[in-house]
Design a protein around this ligand. Structure first.
Ligand code: ADP
Length: 169
């Protein structure tokens, strides 16, 4: 059984993530999408771990061999505990590669795991959750970049955030 993990924070899941998960699901028998739920980073997130997980479950429900899980601590420990030998990462640009290469080498020095890089589809090469949030926050149209149910949640959450910020002013 060839099992892989697609790790990330998915705050929120974008069409770029779904593209990588879909391509990984065609290469491996089983794919676990693993959401980092480290408490230390929780305040920096727009969505809670539970919300991010719900959106990912919805986004991946069409793939029979994909499951969604949360992990805290080291990804390599998660891999060991779940008998996973491959980490799948999408590569957008050379800037991704510098960091990802270092991470891949560190991870394989810790446990028996390979990192498999999948080049981003050109239409998603500029797409990142952080940018989606920023553009949406200032009223830009991100409807082509995230699934409709993510767009709905994003719109509601950003309105709440704006209201909270103006109340605090
Ligand atoms: P992190 O917070 O760790 O950067 P993200 O949730 O933003 O994680 O993304 C998780 C992973 O998904 C990234 O490491 C990258 O491999 C992949 N990814 C994200 N956006 C894209 C995209 N537009 N195209 C291809 N891969 C992507």
């Amino acid at each position: 059984m060839r099992r892989a993990v697609c790790p990330g924070s998915f705050d929120p899941v974008t069409n770029g993530h779904i593209d990588i998960v879909s391509r990984a699901s065609a290469l491996f028998d089983e794919v676990v999408v693993a959401i980092g739920v480290n408490k230390s980073k929780a305040s920096a997130r727009l969505f809670s771990a539970e919300e991010r997980m719900e959106m990912l479950r919805e986004a991946t429900k069409g793939f029979d061999n994909v499951t969604v899980a949360g992990f805290s601590g080291l990804l390599t420990t998660f891999c060991q505990e779940n008998d996973i030998r491959a980490i799948v990462k999408g590569l957008r640009a050379v800037s991704d590669f510098d960091y990802e290469l270092q991470m891949a080498q560190m991870n394989s020095s810790l446990v028996d795991v390979e990192t498999v890089f999948i080049p981003t589809s050109p239409e998603y090469s500029f797409l990142a959750s952080s940018l989606v949030k920023e553009v949406a926050m200032f009223g830009g149209d991100v409807s082509a970049l995230v699934p409709p149910f993510v767009l709905d949640r994003l719109t509601v959450r950003l309105a709440e955030k704006r209201a909270a910020e103006s109340a605090g002013e």
